[in-house]
Design a protein around this ligand. Structure first.
Ligand code: HEM
Length: 333
């Protein structure tokens, strides 16, 4: 903790946040360097380099007597470039994206603090999400968290976890994680489809969202509450990121799970690249979502917990939705 000069700044008032930021930075350095290490370990020898030079990027292929014609390809030099891209820049950019997200959230929390209900809790509640909506959300969320952790372990586990827990524990954990990763993809896709069907009509962008964005969603200043319907502009971005991100993950993921059914080796490499990039971007987005849906905003978690939110919270964050709701069910103000 004595590593950083800003230890003596006023932020030390929040040592928990500083500890999180330092840990995230240290993690980033490990992720960044760790991502490059395997690539350098796979450097070609001088003989290999000479052979590849002679091949001029062309694969070494022959004929095989079995129906699987692609097994006749002995060397595919382009595979090395793909592996180096994945193990080098993609992994290290992904690692840094996660670190920057955690540091940015910690900084936001330090500066803005927990977003309170400005007018205080009213004690009266309004139903925000029905049972089926909460079921779809938590099905997706629980699957995503396990998919995300097991996916991150596949990418960064050898660098971060293996030295910490040893080969035996790491092998067990990774085999279990891989199984979980494959099987939980199905309920995850189901959960996202359900959320898409239930919420798509509330997530079409409109002029109200533009005003919401113009006012920074009221997230940056106390007492600012731009009007919003059931979902505000920021939530609509999360919704579409989840739906489109899950689609990219599902298509590329099932291509990896059932290899060579729909594509050749170049398509498989592309699928892995898309899967890695979409996965890490989604984890970064969902980290921000989890923050604002739990510790970041007073009263938000209840929406997905009990399904009931405080009336003052609802009026401050979703005023148009409260009005629509009251017009429909005939409630008071
Ligand atoms: C511990 C994890 C999570 C927590 C605490 C959490 C919390 C919440 C809360 C409180 C809401 C309702 C916000 C409101 O009433 O306006 C919500 C909505 C939503 N959640 Fe989550 N969530 C979590 C994980 C996830 C994951 C993993 C996904 C998708 C992969 C997800 C996708 C969504 C979507 C699409 C919405 C609707 C749009 C929005 O409110 O942003 N959530 N979540």
């Amino acid at each position: 903790m004595r590593l950083f000069a800003f230890k003596r700044t006023p932020l030390t008032m929040r040592p928990g946040i500083m500890r999180m930021a330092c840990a995230a930075l240290a993690l980033g350095l490990m992720l960044g360097f760790g991502a490059v290490a395997p690539a350098s370990a796979q450097q070609t020898t001088a003989d290999e380099a000479a052979l590849l030079q002679q091949l001029k990027g062309a694969p070494v292929a022959g004929r095989v007597s079995i129906p699987d014609a692609k097994s006749g390809v002995l060397i595919q030099p382009q595979g090395r470039e793909w592996r180096q891209t994945l193990e080098g820049p993609v992994k290290s950019a992904g690692g840094w994206l996660l670190v920057i997200t955690v540091v940015a959230l910690a900084a936001f929390m330090a500066i803005r603090g927990r977003i309170k209900i400005d007018s205080g809790p009213s004690g009266r509640t309004i139903e925000r999400f029905s049972g089926i909506e909460r079921f779809a959300h938590w099905l997706t969320a629980i699957c995503f968290i396990i998919l995300g952790l097991s996916g991150l372990n596949l990418s960064f586990g050898r660098t971060l976890l293996l030295p910490a827990i040893g080969p035996e524990a790491f092998t067990g954990l990774t085999s279990f994680g891989k199984l979980a990763h494959n099987f939980l993809s199905f309920p995850f896709v189901l959960g996202v489809l359900l959320m898409a069907v239930l919420w798509i009509r509330h997530n079409i962008f409109n002029a109200i969202d533009m005003e919401w964005f113009r006012q920074g969603g009221g997230l940056l200043q106390k007492g600012v509450h731009p009007p919003a319907g059931k979902f505000n502009g920021g939530q609509k971005i999360i919704f579409w990121a989840v739906v489109l991100g899950a689609a990219a993950l599902a298509v590329s993921g099932y291509m990896l799970m059932f290899p060579f059914y729909v594509t050749d080796i170049a398509g498989m490499q592309m699928a892995q690249l898309v899967h890695a990039i979409a996965g890490i971007v989604m984890v970064a987005i969902i980290l921000a979502h989890i923050y604002i849906g739990s510790v970041g905003m007073e009263g938000a978690f209840d929406a997905m917990g009990s399904g009931q939110v405080d009336m003052n919270w609802a009026k401050e964050h979703h005023s148009l939705w409260v009005k629509e709701n009251q017009a429909r069910v005939g409630g008071d103000d």
